[in-house]
Design a protein around this ligand. Sequence first.
Ligand code: CTP
Length: 399
Amino acid sequence: MADERAQKTVVLGVSGCIAAYKACEILRGLQKAGVRVKVLMTEHATQFVGTATFRALSHEEVAVSNFDDPNDPIPHISVAHEADVMLLAPLTANAMAKIAHGIADDLFSTTVLATQAPLVIAPAMNVGMWQAAATQDNLKILRDRGAIVVGPASGYLACGDVAAGKLADVDEIVARTLEVLDRKEVLKGKRVVVTAGPTQEPIDAVRYIANRSSGKMGYEIARAAHAWGADVTLVSGPTALEPPYGVDVVRATTAADMLEKTRAAFADADLLVCAAAVADYTPAHPADHKLKKTVERLDTLELVETADILQTLSAEKRDRVVIGFAAETNDVAEYARQKLKRKGCDAIVANDVSNPVSTFGSDTNKVSWITAAGEEELPLASKREVAHMIIERASRLLA
Ligand code: CTP
C-alpha cells in the first residue's frame, strides 16, 4: 500500500482552535505512512500555528488566501483537485457550520466546497459549542453527506472543562484517514453495475404501473462503489435524483429495458448489485394512445410477468459476483433466505420496508447481509453509510 500512497495527497485543512498545533503531528503521521500532505489553513488558524511551521514540515506552500499565490490564479480549485482525501483537523464549530451550509468566503471553505474528495473531519471545540443544537445539526448534515467523523474525545479542554470537545487522538485521525485513502484502491480496476429506482410499465400513452422506490439506496451504492475505486455504471429507472459524481448513468424505463441495459453493462463487469424495485408485472397490451373511458373500458388490465433481472443475470454470472435486495414487510430474514436460493445470487441485502427507518424514500436504512455462509445484522445508518457497508462486504466476496 505504501507505494500507492506515495502517489496520493491528503489536503489537511486546519481551522482556528488551540488544537491546531496537533495538526503538525497529524501531518507527520500521514507523511510517515508515505502520503503527500498539502496544508490548507483558515486565517484564524494562523493565529495558533504559523504557516512557516507547516511549510517546513510539508515541504509545500501552505494555502491560506485566495489571492496570495501569484503562480496559482485559482487556488481553491487546484487544491480541491489535488486532494485524494480532504481531512479537516481540527475543525472548529464555525468552519463546520460553513461547510455544512456551503458558505464559501475564504480559501478553506471554497476549497472544501469545490472538492469531490471524501471528507474526514475531526471536530474540536468547547463542550457547550459541541453540544449546541446548531453544531449537532451541522454534524448530522455532514455525516449524512458521507463525511467520516473522528471524535471528538472527552478530556481536559482548553477552557478548563473536562468534557467532550477535545480533538480525537492523533493516531486515530491518521488511521481513519489512511483507511479512507486506501479504500480507493480496493475496487481499482473493477467494474461495478448497479440497478436503481422503480420501473414504469406503460398501460397506454399516458398511464403506467410503478412503485414507491426513490432510487436513493441504489444511487448511494453506485456512489460508494466509485469511492472504493470502481468504474461504475448505474442503470437507473425514472428518479428525481442527481446522478452521482464520476458514475456512468444509463436510463431505463421498463423492466425489459432495464434487463437489456443491465445485461449489456454487466457483460464486462465484475460485480452487479440489483437495488432496483423492478415491476413484477407489465400490461400485456399497452395502448399507444390514451385510452378513453367512454370508448375503451379500463376496469380490467391483463398483465404478464416481467423478466427477473437478478435471477436472469445470476444464471449468467459465472465466477462474477451478484448481489440482490429483498424489500419485505414481514418474515424479512426468511423471505430473504428464500430469495438468495431462488435467484442464485451471492448475497441478499434484506430490509424491512414496513419500518419507517428503512422504508421507501427514507434517508436511513437498517439491513441484514445474508449469504449462504450466514447472516449479519448491520446497524441503523444513513443510506450513504449503509452503501459503504454493503460495498465493503461485496468487495470481500470479489477478492
Ligand atoms: N428483481 C429484479 N427483477 C425483477 C424483480 C426483482 O431484478 N423483475 C430484483 C430486485 O432488484 C431485488 C430482488 O430482485 O434485488 C428482490 O426483489 P423483490 O421485489 O424484493 O422480490 P421479488 O422477486 O419481486 O419477489 P416478491 O415480490 O414476491 O417479494
